[in-house]
Design a protein around this ligand. Structure first.
Ligand SMILES: NC(=O)c1ccc[n+]([C@@H]2O[C@H](COP(=O)([O-])OP(=O)(O)OC[C@H]3O[C@@H](n4cnc5c(N)ncnc54)[C@H](O)[C@@H]3O)[C@@H](O)[C@H]2O)c1
Ligand SMILES: [Zn+2]
Length: 333
């Protein structure tokens, strides 16, 4: 197949390109980072790039936390206007297969259970609680301690910041496109992706990048909150394989299908910092109690739908992946 990979020069996109080519597909890179740059918001450029394409793997986006609103227009422009331009051009060109880089951020806080109230949905954590070091969100009904669980694709969406909002809007746009064109749209909701080629720390990078960059400077990774916040760290080569599986699959047409894309092996951020520091050879992480507004406490995936539906299986284990990442090259931001 000839596959247009938007964001194909980025961290995840470049691994997707490699996976496609290794499998004998033709991958066309489309990225502002390339020379000459190609912007998904430019209809003429997108139209040219789509010529002869069988599928689009849409990775291009402005990434990060988006915890303020100062850059809201930029996020909406790259992520949502960009997606809309791409989808309109695909409709025109008759390209009917889309795989979207989705994100777990669409869920907000993960899944929690209260012993008395069953599954509950805690709202954003109060500043006073965070300042007092009360990091666990309590049951919204009775205030009891909650048990975190695995979030499934049917969980209600609850984006907590501008970036998350734009990632959810991308899915809605893709669903509308699928309905209008009879195309198939798949959103792979990536959890915390890490691995070789991850950008060095910028305000937009993921936590694994912060820790790895600190170690490279000879500094201790600084772990926020109490370090017990749970995440699903999934290796970038496994994410690339998920894209390959989704590109090749015959997915339902006329609708968007969402798949959690996680390792299924949750770890705390503190564990991740320790594993990485140990593999790097020190220094030991420090737990600082600092916090960022807009961060959620726990978010871990149930990726059974992706395993069962697309036959995908993560191949890189946590220890092995972190050991490799400790030595791997990173991309200058
Ligand atoms: N890294 C993660 O943990 C993670 C988690 C969930 C979802 N995602 C999603 O995965 C995708 C890839 O993210 P990444 O981590 O590789 O980030 P990245 O910044 O390395 O890659 C994104 C690429 O998109 C390009 N791009 C941005 N705006 C563009 C535009 N308007 N036109 C053309 N190209 C443009 C950038 O130049 C960059 O190369 C994004 O859609 C992101 O939202 C990433
Ligand atoms: Zn309760």
């Amino acid at each position: 197949m000839r596959v247009l990979v938007t964001g194909g020069a980025g961290f995840i996109g470049s691994h997707v390109v490699t996976a496609l080519r290794e499998r004998g597909h033709e991958a066309v890179v489309f990225d502002v980072r390339e020379d000459p740059g190609a912007d998904v918001r430019d209809p003429a450029a997108v139209r040219r790039a789509l010529s002869g394409a069988d599928a689009v793997c849409h990775q291009a986006a402005m990434v990060g936390l988006g915890d303020g609103v100062a850059d809201a227009a930029e996020y909406v422009s790259h992520n949502d206007l960009g997606t809309a331009v791409l989808l309109a051009a695909m409709a025109e060109a008759g390209v009917r297969r889309l795989v979207l880089a989705g994100s777990m951020v669409v869920y907000g806080e993960g899944r929690y259970e209260c012993p008395r109230h069953g599954v509950v949905r805690p709202g954003p954590r109060a500043l006073a609680d965070l300042r007092a070091g009360r990091f666990e969100p309590p049951c919204p009904a009775c205030g009891a301690d909650l048990l975190p669980g695995l979030v499934g694709e049917d969980a209600p969406t609850d984006p907590r910041n501008v970036y998350a909002t734009t990632k959810l809007a991308q899915e809605h746009l893709a669903a509308a496109w699928a309905r209008c064109t009879g195309g198939s749209a798949v959103s792979l909701r990536y959890h915390n992706v890490y691995g070789p080629g991850m950008p060095r720390d910028t305000p937009y990078a993921g936590v694994a990048s912060f820790f790895r960059s600190a170690l490279a400077r000879g500094e201790a990774p600084r772990v926020y909150e109490d370090g017990r916040q749970r995440r699903d760290f999934v290796h970038v080569r496994d994410v690339a394989e998920a894209n390959l599986a989704a590109v090749e699959a015959s997915s339902p047409t006329g609708a968007l299908t969402a798949y959690n894309t996680g390792s299924g092996d949750p770890h705390t951020v503190g564990e991740m910092a320790r594993a990485l520091a140990a593999a790097y050879g020190g220094p030991e992480p420090v737990v600082t109690g600092e916090f960022r507004l807009g961060d959620v406490r726990h978010i871990t995936a149930d990726s059974a739908r992706l395993r069962d539906g697309l036959g995908w299986k993560p191949a890189v284990g946590f220890e092995e992946g972190m050991a490799e990442f400790a030595r791997a090259g990173m991309r200058a931001a």
